[in-house]
Write a protein that binds this ligand. Structure first.
Ligand code: C5P
Length: 236
């Protein structure tokens, strides 16, 4: 598989568990996402170890600061050689352009978080965002695209609307994925892997259905099989 669609979220609180789980996966069938908790505990050394095992890494640190500071962080992340990093689109045009221009290697994909899915309409109103969430998501995705970013993180339920307005090679990375008959855990709005791909997603972020499975590799193989049967968006 030359472009695996599944990104396994290694949401562990210690390095040993993270490496153990990665050791059960196949680098040809997935990529790995490292978030704030694990990176804060284990740092760049863990990234280097996973990359030495052949895994491509999505470093999910969601940078949001003044342009100069975000540019420095993106340059440092890109220097590590990771496959993908992200920033908050709410940082605005100048920050997004600075982030894009700072990548030391264009091999690192830069994507944006539009709106956090944990914010509901009343949370948004409280911080002065009074529009329908989907309108804000669309505007921020277009801004990210206009600033030269490679894609956005979004709900697979938002993907069809974004696909309708955004350029074809813009990549949509979607969490909140659950196979049929699998616990939703704390996710509120879920889609199956098949639905997500049919809705236009390029990459699926999947954590617990794989990491909490008694056989993580088998779970990953089954998920890939489910996706393969319907074909993928191959523009990225
Ligand atoms: O275990 P699960 O499949 O729910 O993990 C999903 C991953 O995607 C987690 O790392 C979570 O933080 C991340 N994520 C999400 N929803 C978003 C953005 C990121 O679930 N809107």
């Amino acid at each position: 598989m030359n472009n695996p669609r599944i990104i396994v979220a290694l949401d562990f609180s210690n390095k040993k568990q993270a490496l153990e789980l990665a050791g059960k996966l196949d680098k040809n069938l997935c990529r790995i996402k490292i978030g704030k908790e694990l990176f804060t505990i284990a740092g760049p050394q863990l990234i280097e170890q996973l990359m030495a095992c052949g895994f491509e890494i999505f470093l999910d640190l969601k940078y949001h600061d003044i342009p100069n500071t975000v540019a420095g962080a993106c340059r440092a992340a890109s220097d590590l050689g990771v496959w993908m990093i992200n920033v908050h689109a709410l940082g605005g045009r100048k920050m997004l352009i600075a982030a894009q221009e700072a990548l030391s290697t264009k091999k690192t994909k830069l994507i944006a978080v539009t709106l956090l899915t944990s914010l509901n309409k009343s949370d948004l109103n409280e911080i002065g965002l009074n529009e329908e969430p989907i309108n804000i998501v669309q505007r921020l995705a277009l801004l990210a695209s206009d600033c030269g970013l490679d894609g956005v993180v979004c709900s697979a339920l938002e993907a069809p609307q974004l696909r309708g307005i955004i350029k074809k090679d813009f990549c949509l990375v979607t969490p909140g994925i659950r196979p049929l008959n699998c616990s939703a855990n704390d996710q509120m709005r879920i889609t199956t892997p098949q639905e997500a791909i049919q809705n236009g997603a390029n990459y699926l972020v999947i954590g617990r259905p794989i990491t909490q499975s008694p056989d993580p590799l088998l779970a990953l193989q089954r998920l890939n099989h489910e996706i393969e049967t319907i074909g993928c968006n191959d523009s990225n």
